[in-house]
Design a protein around this ligand. Sequence first.
Ligand SMILES: Cc1cc2nc3c(=O)[nH]c(=O)nc-3n(C[C@H](O)[C@H](O)[C@H](O)COP(=O)(O)O)c2cc1C
Length: 133
Amino acid sequence: MTYTICYFSKAKEDITQHEVEAIFAKTRVKNTSKKINGILLYMMGDFFQVLEGDEEDLKEIYEIIKEDQRHHTVFEIINKKTEQAVFKDYNTDFNIVRTDTQIKEIKQYLRSTKHNTTANKIDRLLEPFFLLP
Ligand SMILES: Cc1cc2nc3c(=O)[nH]c(=O)nc-3n(C[C@H](O)[C@H](O)[C@H](O)COP(=O)(O)O)c2cc1C
């Protein structure tokens, strides 16, 4: 058993590229060191994040994330125990998603993990980001 949290949120209006990069850097380092897997994506003012790992670790970091003033309107999609960690075998580092190519790779990976309902759901949730110019 593992735990999964997945949400969308709105970046604060005046967020700078520099601030986004600082969030990315911190997330990558801290999550990788805590063996939290998943993805963090920012595009056109929206964040999308999937966190997978130990339930207690995730709940603790999620409380911190929700209070972060650099985003708001956190819309939770998944917050539950799950059978398998979808991203466990994708990359040993926590994934920061910056480009269309990276989204495409993740979608391909998600489609290859057949019969996993969480993977299917994340695949669908990534669709709007992929359609952006
Ligand atoms: C959209 C968003 C996602 C974030 N995701 C993470 C995360 O997955 N892991 C993490 O450690 N911090 C994340 N953060 C940053 C935390 O809110 C917080 O600033 C950071 O964990 C504080 O770390 P520190 O105590 O080492 O300074 C995120 C922030 C935002 C705005």
